[in-house]
Ligand binder design. Sequence first.
Ligand code: ZN
Length: 466
Amino acid sequence: MGRSKTAFVCRSCGAESPRWQGQCAQCGEWNTLEDAGSGASRTAGRGSRAPAARAVALLGAGADPGIGPGDHPSSASAAPAGRTPSGSAELDRVLGGGIVAGSVTLLGGDPGIGKSTLLLQVAAQVAAGTPVLYATGEESAAQVGARAARLGLAPGGLQIAPEAELPRILTAAREMRVGLLVIDSIQTVFSPDLEAGAGGVAQLRECAAVLVRFAKDSGTPVFIIGHVTREGTIAGPKVLEHLVDTVLYFESDAGSRHRIVRATKNRFGPVGELAFFAMMETGLREVANPSAIFLARPSTIAPGSLVTVAREGGRPLLVEIQGLVDPMRFGNPRRVAQGLDATRLAMLLAVLHRHGGLSLQDHDVFANVVGGLALRETASDLPLLLTLASSLRDRPLPATLVAFGEVGLTGEVRPVAYGEERLREAAKQGFRQALVAEDNLPRKPIEGLTVRGVSRLADAVDYAFG
Ligand SMILES: [Zn+2]
């Protein structure tokens, strides 16, 4: 690798800077810029081969491998040529049709969200047909073995290497002629050629580059786990995104049983695909019908809650949006958005004032998508504003109502793509009323669903509370 001109890299967001600054210009974090060149090679040391890591075969364990629903053999993935099934049809779809030979996939997410669980399940599945090395600097072989047993994984050709020194891992992988290599995690592995400590930007990038070279040279697919870090001492997976072929992130919140994995980069498949899992005693299980998994609502609906039909990862999803407005106590009003675009929230508040007749300038405003999903489409405009109106008026919205639609600057309600598909999904999940843009009215009636079309935000507010 030639040394690039970039001297400093942000641990948090991966932004590069030619000189050191106290604050990252990209993400605004303080003291996150790190010297990316401090990883100067200690030795030339490429020719000499490191001794192999000691790998331990997994013993014992039960019968059922695979991540798919056990009673659903047809959902077991059948991957196209050149691809290896991961054992999960959901994950295969997000990968673009299975694991590509020689590809490097980064799996990022909060600590404890299920990254190791998912990849241990994948490793065990692939190991039924070819040797797999699971290298962990996080846990001992016994701990990983205990987890595998708890998950009921059949070990097959799965070997665990409790090892953090990358050259030793790669020597073991070559000697075993593995069909898959898992690195858990990139923050714990290190290259002894570098003076920099494990977990820093220089080590992360160097180790990732070495893994990419190994994958391309050997044709071995590599999965890399990267912890998303909140505190500034460890570099996060963002600094690696440009090096790898595919980037997957866990997107859900750890408090929920459900787990979403989203592809944010994929050289071998579509970007934005989502895989849905539920965290069970026995590991991550696919959710076959994810469209309503975010809808665990209480029987009495409180003010500030409304269900929308989002479209994420190519399918409709029913998601609860919550809004809370609270009289401001001091200073500037707060605008906080979880899973929604905060900039757009500010714009929508102005529209609500001018065209909905509701002023929130003396209120703190909080908006949240239940379940941790991030909504990236404007279809959530209308339901979001209705939840805020509902919270302000302290009046609940009907429990059987769904709404979606974009709201423009002049207070118009605009149609969104896949309107009929969204309405059908809402009806299928038992909703009885829908509030949408006039141009989203279905051509034929949808059984069980009364659809009301509006063209103005004010009409939508009237209807919802009418
Ligand atoms: Zn940054």
